[in-house]
Write a protein that binds this ligand. Structure first.
Ligand SMILES: NC(=O)c1ccc[n+]([C@@H]2O[C@H](COP(=O)([O-])OP(=O)(O)OC[C@H]3O[C@@H](n4cnc5c(N)ncnc54)[C@H](OP(=O)(O)O)[C@@H]3O)[C@@H](O)[C@H]2O)c1
Length: 330
């Protein structure tokens, strides 16, 4: 399929476009930027045949079939809507919605124009997550009651979109969305109630440290800590009545080495650990191939607009609980 890219965002330039270009079935035919020179430079560096000085030109290019939207969070809905109206399929970066109210418009437009629209969670197509779900569903861990995640990095640049509140910045929206999405995926259900404790930066007004608990209808719990100002780290633990499962690099799985899932067979000294190696792969390549496959076969998008709506409702509920200092029912 033929992709058009709106903006020269870092994630596109460094991960998503190279991932698409690795695939035999995918092509990137155009890239646009607010600045024609930047678009030209980006196109030259990644061998993209066409470049434009606006996002509209990419969207209106008749050759483009899929728009990849990695704009800052507050621009996701506006540009996804424009692309849908031009009849394009859209893979939009997470978090797709800041305000859950926007979902109604995009769902209506998607259905009207009969296109596919997905929230770009590359982890959802990484084999380590598919394996983790298989392990839980097989019953090997026993009755699974608890999901725990940590995800942090250190970024104090006031110009970075993650540190700009009006752009939808902050730890919860930038990386808290990963434990939210993956716990829903593993548990196959939505949380009933959520609560958040957070530290808000005095100048940025964004959450730089968020600790959340989500209670699911089944009684299971997912809890996570995310931060924009802590030493870079990531880990997921899933605890069952018989065994514990650990995903070592759950979110930014490297492409140059195998990833690892550890199953601890109930020994606190960790003497009885089973190691499951997942062969190295590029989760951004897999994400683009999966999305393109959905279009060709008219199947379900891995992370749909309805999922994105659920993610935004959970994040909105968490922020409400921070204000009210109470559990929020969703
Ligand atoms: N899935 C992942 O692994 C992953 C990882 C990182 C980020 N993301 C998501 O990807 C998106 C982009 O993140 P990023 O870190 O790549 O961002 P970034 O490098 O800051 O890029 C954002 C781009 O948006 C365009 N833009 C338009 N209006 C803008 C404005 N007012 N301020 C700043 N930029 C503006 C700019 O492109 P032009 O100048 O070319 O127009 C800019 O390069 C976010 O939604 C983020 O959550 C996803």
């Amino acid at each position: 399929m033929k992709w058009g890219i709106i903006s020269t965002a870092k994630i596109g330039m460094e991960k998503v476009i190279p991932g698409i270009l690795k695939s035999d079935s995918e092509e990137v035919v155009a890239i646009g930027s607010r600045n024609l020179e930047s678009a030209k430079e980006a196109a030259t560096s990644l061998n993209i045949p066409k470049f434009y000085g606006s996002y509209e030109d990419v969207i209106n290019d008749p050759e483009v079939e899929i728009i990849y939207n990695p704009l800052p969070n507050h621009m996701h809905v506006e540009w996804t809507a424009k692309a849908i109206k031009a009849g394009k399929h859209v893979l939009c970066e997470k978090p797709l919605f800041i305000d859950p109210i926007d979902a109604e418009l995009l769902i209506k437009l998607r259905d009207q124009h009969q296109v596919k629209v997905g929230e770009a969670f590359m982890v959802r197509t990484h084999p380590q997550w598919i394996k983790a779900k298989e392990i839980i569903d097989s019953g090997e861990l026993g009755e699974v009651l608890s999901y725990q995640a940590t995800f942090s990095y250190f970024n104090t640049d006031p110009k970075n979109i993650r540190n700009i509140a009006e752009y939808g910045g902050g730890a919860l929206r930038d990386i808290g969305c990963y434990p939210i999405m993956t716990s829903r995926y593993l548990f196959n259900e939505n949380p009933e109630q959520v609560i958040l404790n957070a530290q808000i930066h005095p100048d940025f007004k964004t959450d730089i440290l968020s600790n959340a608990i989500m209670k699911f209808y089944s009684g299971r719990t997912a809890s996570f800590t995310v931060s924009t100002q802590l030493s870079p780290y990531q880990r997921v633990h899933v605890l069952g009545s018989k065994k514990e499962m650990e995903i070592l690099i759950p979110f930014n799985a490297p492409t140059d080495r195998n990833t690892l899932i550890k199953i601890n067979n109930g020994d606190i000294l960790q003497k009885d650990i089973e190691k499951i190696e997942i062969p190295a792969c590029d989760q951004y390549q897999l994400q683009s191939e999966a999305f393109s496959d959905v279009i060709k076969k008219n199947t379900k998008v891995p992370v749909s607009l309805e999922d994105a709506l659920d993610h935004s409702r959970i994040i909105a509920g968490l922020f409400e609980s921070l204000e009210t200092e109470r559990w929020v029912s969703l």
